[in-house]
Write a protein that binds this ligand. Structure first.
Ligand SMILES: [Zn+2]
Length: 233
């Protein structure tokens, strides 16, 4: 007879075999009524768990082997233990699933954030053609093509107006036409392409709010600045 209905360790088998032997002896001798009073619940729990703390010579085992009340209680406790272990197993499996899912989500989130950061840092190339823009001081460059830049890191190439001198230029994005309220700027030398003089600068416009601004070009030597309306979207 297997009291506990599962595979057991050696110590557990010993206790179980002992209980069984006692039970058989009792039945063989016709002594089927338990002698002592029933042991306390803690002892029965130990028996149900086949605790190694219980000595085989403990007289209470002798009692439990013949007492139907105690034996029923031991079997019930044993089933409770098994149920608890089963639930614990499910809970563990569920916890591991959660950790796995959280890990996958975390990884996705991390890699997506990284991609977004890279995308933001990836400069957007833009060219502003001022070739036909008026350069006479005081004249409003009204007929200029509409210049529009995204609120991003912009690699801006400016084609300077006809007859512009070569040299270093400061390219700036300002709030006002008088050159105040600079939101981004970059200094670079001109690069001749045929008749045209070009400047290429990187402008970080990521934190700039959308709206109307001015793009200015200032030659390092004559310090003459030209302003062109600009829109950041
Ligand atoms: Zn009993």
């Amino acid at each position: 007879m297997n009291w506990f209905g599962r595979r057991s360790s050696r110590g557990e088998d010993e206790l179980e075999a002992w209980i069984q032997r006692l039970h058989e002896q009792r039945v063989a001798s016709g002594q089927t009524q338990p002698v002592d009073p029933c042991p306390d619940e803690e002892f029965l729990r130990g028996l149900a768990k086949r605790s190694r703390a219980i000595s085989l010579s403990d007289a209470r085992i002798d009692h439990a082997a013949t007492c139907p009340t105690c034996m029923n209680r031991v079997v019930a406790l044993r089933n409770e233990n098994r149920e608890r272990n089963r639930k614990l197993g499910y809970a563990l499996a569920a916890a591991m699933c959660l950790i796995l899912v959280a890990g996958i989500f975390g990884w996705f989130h991390f890699s997506q954030n990284r991609q977004q950061t890279l995308a933001l840092a990836q400069p957007v190339s833009k060219t502003v053609d001022l070739w036909n823009a008026a350069t006479d001081r005081g004249e409003q460059p009204g007929q200029l093509q509409s210049v529009e830049l995204p609120a991003a890191v912009v690699r801006l190439t400016v084609i300077l107006p006809r007859f512009s001198p070569s040299g270093e230029y400061l390219i700036a994005v300002t709030r006002k036409e008088d050159g105040t309220g600079v939101v981004a700027e970059g200094l670079a030398p001109t690069d001749a392409a045929g008749q045209q003089e070009r400047i290429s600068v990187a402008l970080d416009l990521r934190t700039v709010t959308a709206g109307a601004y001015f793009l200015s070009t200032t030659h390092e030597q004559d310090q003459a600045a030209y302003y062109y309306p600009l829109r950041i979207k």
